[in-house]
Write a protein that binds this ligand. Structure first.
Ligand SMILES: Nc1nc2c(ncn2[C@@H]2O[C@H](COP(=O)(O)OP(=O)(O)OP(=O)(O)O)[C@@H](O)[C@H]2O)c(=O)[nH]1
Length: 553
């Protein structure tokens, strides 16, 4: 630095070129700073700072005339010379792997440790001469002529430090290029060239002493890097690709998407949303409520805070279509909480789903109706299975079921049951004289007569052609006998209407009692049958019972 105070300087063409490259790098860095964040952006900016440092040191080395001053600025370039491959490697790693997390300050400090050490060794060279040898001398006798450095072991160690980073960069870029396609592959191949150019220049200088304008050609090679980046950014939309891709994705969505600001003005809408509302211009900034068709309903949802939850499902009807609406808040983290920037509304067309639901509900209703019909039919069938089709009286099949219940009740309550077997007298004769049809009419008349003459708790069954069975629960022997006798005589008086005209009939009755005569159905029926036989034998039109049995009264 001291040496520079007494050194003369001049502004040569190589200095101008170096400054122009530096200006280009500054513009690029500024432009990138204005872009939104992309993966590896922090490392990318740090790399540009390092390049600028390197270019500045190179320009100063070229400008000053005195050898010691030139050697000082050559030493000053070292932290940047080593920082460039370091941050380039980090940028590529983060960019390729889409890592957005910024580099921590402590990591930067750690990464700069060794470059700073070499920096120290380089600028203290006049004390140890282990970086550049004492034989380093100007290339010619010309004032300010470039120095031909006698590289010492420390120089080679420092240069070698950067090479693993370079190899790493080349390695991951090649791998990424192989794994990708189209625009991305082209991007990675260009990255590969941009990675290689400065290092080809550097290796040529270190290993073969190749120079440009008598200087290390590496800083000048950044002009190529700069052009490459310029082309990538303008020609291939580098860093814009992701947002552009996201936009394309939004445009390609068949579902409408809208973004509204906190005042509920639409600031973004995809083509599907515009199509739905029938808008194609002057929609940006327009109040959501003013949007045709869907605006009012959506605005209403937002005002009522129905969509305050992160995502909620609601139905919105527009143009006969059903939409499921989801809202997502767009927030910005602030030091003292979060700031609501707006909301994204996502509408999903669920018309088909709704129609299917409706069809399903209709099918279910129909099935329910059919089920009801079937169960009514089943009831009818069941009742028909238990009834005699001619008279409508219960049949023999139902007798077992009915009597089991009555018997259980009688046993529980210790009550009697009277069971009577009724048989029409000389019915064959009626059939033969008046015809089978008249006989049927007579049977129906008998059924009506019996039902009318008995209590609702009593039950009548048709158990044979002209045979009926009557169950009289909670009826004692004497009472049953009286009742049946009354029935018998009333029947004999009855004129039954038949197709052959009014006819008179008589009946014979056999009575059995629970519990004195038997304690089950078949026993009682046998007893009643036996008494019926007796009644027939006794001349018919009468009731026979054995009330002499103990407890039968
Ligand atoms: N019309 C008609 N007749 C029936 C039906 N079921 C049975 N019969 C008739 O009923 C008659 C029963 O006759 P029998 O068993 O000889 O008895 P009965 O003539 O009544 O003489 P007693 O019982 O001894 O008084 C037969 O002629 C059967 O054909 C029916 O559903 N309709």
């Amino acid at each position: 630095m001291f040496a520079c105070a007494s050194s003369g300087w001049s502004f040569s063409a190589p200095v101008l070129l170096t400054l122009l490259v530096g200006l280009g790098v500054t513009v690029l860095a500024r432009w990138i700073g204005l872009r939104q964040r992309f993966a590896g952006s922090g490392a990318f900016r740090l790399m540009h700072v390092a390049i600028l440092w390197w270019l500045a040191a190179a320009a100063l080395e070229m400008s000053f005339h005195q050898q010691s001053c030139k050697m000082f600025w050559a030493g000053m370039a070292w932290p940047a010379i080593l920082a460039v491959p370091t941050f380039w490697a980090i940028f590529l790693w983060q960019y390729i792997n889409s890592i957005h997390s910024p580099i921590k300050p402590m990591t930067i400090v750690g990464l700069m440790g060794i470059p700073c050490l070499f920096w120290l060794l380089a600028i203290t060279n006049p004390w140890h001469w282990q970086f550049y040898g004492q034989g380093s001398a100007p290339i010619s006798a010309e004032v300010g002529a470039p120095i031909v450095y006698q590289h010492q072991w420390l120089f080679f160690v420092a240069a070698a430090y950067g090479y693993p980073f370079m190899l790493f960069c080349i390695g991951i870029t090649v791998r990424a290029a192989l794994a990708s396609k189209g625009v991305h592959r082209r991007q990675f191949l260009i990255f590969l060239v941009l990675t290689t150019v400065p290092w080809v220049a550097n290796i040529s200088y270190v290993a073969f002493g190749w120079m440009l304008f008598g200087f290390d050609p590496t800083p000048f090679s950044f002009a190529i890097t700069l052009t490459g980046f310029g082309w990538l950014i303008t020609g291939m939309r580098l860093f814009d690709l992701l947002p552009v891709a996201r936009h394309l994705l939004l445009d390609a969505l068949i579902d409408p998407v809208l973004v509204v600001d906190p005042q509920r003005r639409v600031i973004e809408a995809n083509p599907a949303a515009l199509r739905l509302a029938g808008l194609d211009r002057n929609w940006q900034g327009r109040a959501l409520a003013d949007w045709p068709l869907i605006g009012e309903a959506l605005d209403d949802l937002l005002v009522k805070e129905t969509l305050a939850e992160e995502s909620q499902v609601l139905n919105l009807e527009a143009r006969g279509q059903h939409f499921e609406v989801r809202a997502r808040e767009i927030n910005k983290a602030e030091r003292d909480g979060t700031l609501l920037l707006g909301r994204m509304l996502y509408l999903r067309d669920v018309t088909e789903y709704q129609h299917s639901q409706q069809r399903l509900a209709e099918s279910l209703a129909l099935s329910k109706q059919q089920l009801e019909t079937i169960s009514a039919l089943l009831d009818t069938l069941q009742s028909q299975a238990l009834r005699d089709p001619l008279t409508g009286l219960f049949n023999r099949r139902y007798l077992d079921e009915f009597f089991t219940l009555e018997l259980a009740r009688a046993q529980r309550d210790a009550t009697p049951i009277a069971l009577a077997m009724l048989d029409l007298d000389h019915f064959k004769q009626l059939n033969d004289t008046h015809g089978h049809g008249a006989g049927d009419d007579a049977l129906k008349g008998v059924a009506t007569f019996l039902l009318e003459g008995l209590r609702t708790t009593d039950a009548v069954f048709r158990v044979g052609g002209e045979e009926f069975l009557v169950v009289l629960p909670r009826t004692r022997g004497r009472e049953a006998l009286e009742k049946l006798k009354r029935l018998c005589s009333q029947f004999a008086e009855l004129e039954i209407q038949t197709r052959a005209g009014p006819l008179r009939l008589t009946m014979s009755v056999g009575l059995a009692l629970y519990p004195p005569h038997a304690t089950d159905l078949s026993g009682l029926m046998q007893q009643a049958d036996a008494q019926l036989y007796r009644a027939k034998r006794d001349g018919r039109n009468c009731v026979a019972a054995s009330l002499e049995t103990q407890g039968a009264q």
